[in-house]
Design a protein around this ligand. Structure first.
Ligand code: ADP
Ligand code: MG
Length: 670
């Protein structure tokens, strides 16, 4: 018998995926026939699929963008009640001519009033319009709710979303005129297709739910592998770095919230149309937690994982727990234990979820299907494969600023002061960077060098003075706008996106230069494919600056790479954004002397191509080799500036660096 595994291994990965997906589609399509139209089982599957769509929505918020949302069921409720109210016999304003327009659109019909003999309005929103409508309304609520709260991070956001998740069912319960309160809406219309009503037959619901799951899987994957998904993941990995690399954080967080909410809203429509009723209990906190457990169980951020997680946990409830309970009762009767006979596992579902969650955290934290696959280290051959070693031609790097040495001032800093409470980190600093030059800032630890970079790149909100870049004022602009203007930076303590690949890091660097929006990310028209390809090509050009240090590792996760390589990636990420000026904060820190000089040469070559560089550096040999001008900071004051050799002789500099009495000693040595 041929070895199946080795046979499979010969099939290319992409083809294997196609086969797997094809098999899944066929299985899903024939499932109702396979199980001989067992209505209860088909119904359970339809419910499980509905939960899978919820899990996919929450996965965008929690998994992709890293925003912990504990009140996701609120959007489920908003969608459900949107459709419920517009089809049930709840809201019945008196009929008048105003409603005639809605009648022609098929959204309302006149019906005789229960009391009196006038006519009242009965809303008859079609299910198929209800789906997108509820998605839009839920997304709108997501934005409204997100706008004031998304500045919060982590625990705080979790608490606020928890509150929102509680508020929505409470409003629903108390706004009885609209929602019929705790009793719930009755007579929610079943979907109709070409005049035929789905009624209570679970098979058509099953197919609709499966189509929704398929569509949302597709949308999730397309978004994940696009400029949009990368921006979300950048925010998840390191919010500050994401902003500094050009991601508009508020906008993309709101987008994640809105799209997640839209998925939830659509599912709400489906769910109440299927049940033909809606009560506040269907959308409480336990539901939010259950969806979150599905996401964690399946694998946070993993599209197929959360779908699997949702199906398993939902079917566990409807299929297996019932059987398991019965077996326990039989066992109880056999051994004569009354406790066993009384156990009802379905009642203890929350306990069971809790246990599952604990077990997952202990034994498989990344979920059933992890979003990030473990990677093999590079083989010796891969590491030493001959790539253009340090030999970038420069021809292809013309996309970099390419400003020639015109002597024009690129960056003009005047009177910049930054105070942290009583500490003056920068005191009326004046500094100029001419176009095409390399300017170095040196100074003892704590003298305010990194603070200067933070002020230039918009990371501080307490900066005074003026920071002009090619004539435009930068002070007060948000970090992503400053990057877009052409100022890119690295951080002293690396701020990479550790759980993303080297390539993704460089692609995020290009975020501000790319244009793909949500619809293009999903539809992926030729223009988007071209843009992605060009972005990847450009990233490869940039990686080639570092010879074969990065090129063989583009597919590797940043997390596992050496410190020096991570430093290089950070520079590559900044360069990928096609900056007009590059700000490097101690780029050679943690590198050995050989590596430092290699990097100095590479920076020099970039400068020869016309890139303006502002550099913070401790290693004086690197500074002398590179810098045209050196500024010396001490306790927030510029104490000297000039050519590297002049500055080296400067008394004040020696005093600042080496202490009050060292000057004489140095003079003695010299
Ligand atoms: P360096 O020259 O070593 O890069 P920094 O610019 O990091 O120095 O720091 C300058 C001074 O400002 C230090 O005393 C530091 O403690 C203080 N400082 C920097 N950032 C902050 C902050 N966000 N809050 C309070 N103090 C800060
Ligand atoms: Mg510093």
């Amino acid at each position: 018998m041929p070895n199946v595994a080795s046979l499979l291994a010969t099939v290319p990965e992409a083809r294997r995926q196609q086969i797997a997906i094809g098999t899944l589609i066929v299985l899903a399509a024939i499932f109702p026939i396979l199980i001989d139209r067992n209505d209860a089982d088909v119904d359970s599957m339809a419910n499980a699929a509905a939960y899978a769509t919820l899990a996919l929505g929450l996965n965008i918020v929690v998994g992709f963008a890293g925003l912990l949302d504990l009140g996701y069921a609120a959007f489920f409720a908003i969608g459900a009640y949107t459709y419920g109210i517009l089809t049930a016999y709840q809201l019945q304003p008196p009929w008048n001519d105003f409603w005639a327009v809605f009648q022609t659109l098929g959204l309302a019909t006149p019906v005789p009033a229960d009391i009196g003999d006038g006519m009242v309005v009965h809303f008859t929103l079609s299910f198929w319009i209800g789906l997108p409508l509820a998605a839009c309304i839920a997304a709108g609520c997501g934005v409204l709710f997100g706008a004031p709260t998304l500045r919060l991070r982590g625990d705080y956001l979790a608490i606020v979303t928890l509150g929102f998740g509680e508020i929505v069912p409470i409003v629903v319960r108390n706004w009885s005129d609209l929602t019929n309160g705790a009793a719930g809406l009755n007579g929610v219309a079943a979907p109709r297709l070409f005049g035929w009503s789905f009624g209570v037959n679970s098979v058509p619901y099953y197919y609709v739910a499966m189509l929704m799951v398929a569509a949302l899987i597709f949308i999730s994957i397309r978004l994940r592998d696009s400029r949009i998904g990368r921006a979300w993941m950048a925010i998840r990995e390191d919010e500050i770095a994401a902003g500094a690399m050009g991601v508009d954080r508020t906008r993309f967080k709101l987008l994640a919230f809105a799209i997640g909410a839209a998925f939830g809203g659509m599912t709400g429509v489906f769910y109440v149309a299927k049940l033909q009723t809606a009560t506040p209990e269907m959308f409480g906190f336990p539901v939010s937690v259950m969806i979150l457990v599905m996401v964690v169980f399946g694998g946070i951020g993993s599209v197929w994982g959360v779908v699997l997680g949702a199906f398993i946990l939902q079917l566990l409830q409807s299929w297996w727990l019932q059987d398991l309970t019965e077996w326990l009762h039989i066992l109880g009767r056999a051994v004569g234990s009354t406790t066993l006979q009384k156990i009802d596992l379905i009642e203890s579902i929350e306990l069971i979820f809790g246990v599952i969650l604990v077990l997952m955290m202990l034994f498989r934290r990344q979920g059933l299907i992890p979003a990030v696959r473990p990677q093999a280290a590079l083989t010796f051959d891969q590491q030493h494969a001959e790539v253009r070693r340090g030999g970038f031609s420069g021809l292809n790097l013309q996309g970099l600023g390419g400003d020639k040495r015109t002597g024009e001032i690129a960056l003009d800093i005047k009177g910049v002061t930054v105070r942290f409470g009583g500490l003056t980190a920068l005191n009326k600093v004046d500094l100029q960077v001419p176009t095409g030059s390399v300017v170095a800032v040196i100074g003892p630890n704590g003298s305010g060098k990194s603070t200067l970079f933070n002020a230039i790149t918009g990371l501080l909100d307490n900066t005074e003075g003026s920071i002009r870049f090619h004539g435009d004022e930068m002070r007060g602009l948000p970090p992503h706008t400053i990057l877009k203007k052409g100022i890119a930076r690295t951080f002293q303590n690396l701020r990479l996106f550790p759980n993303l690949t080297v390539m993704d890091n460089a692609l995020i660097g290009q975020h501000a230069r790319l244009t793909t929006g949500v619809f293009k990310a999903i539809a992926r028209p030729p223009s988007t494919r071209r843009e992605e390809k060009a972005a990847r090509d450009w990233a490869m050009e940039v990686f080639a600056i570092f010879g074969n240090r990065l090129v063989p590792r583009v597919g590797q996760m940043v997390l596992g790479l050496s410190y020096a390589n991570r430093r290089r990636i950070e520079i590559a990420r900044a360069l990928a954004s096609r900056p007009r000026i590059l700000l490097l904060d101690e780029p050679t820190a943690g590198m050995n002397p050989a590596e430092s000089l290699e990097l100095a040469e590479q920076i020099k070559s970039l400068n020869d191509l016309g890139l303006t560089v502002l550099l913070i550096e401790h290693k004086l040999d690197v500074v002398t080799r590179l810098a045209d001008t050196v500024y010396v900071l001490d306790h927030g004051d510029i104490i000297a500036s000039g050519k590297p050799d002049e500055v080296r002789q400067n008394e004040a500099v020696l005093t600042a660096y080496l202490g009050r009495n060292a000057q004489a000693a140095v003079a003695g040595v010299a």
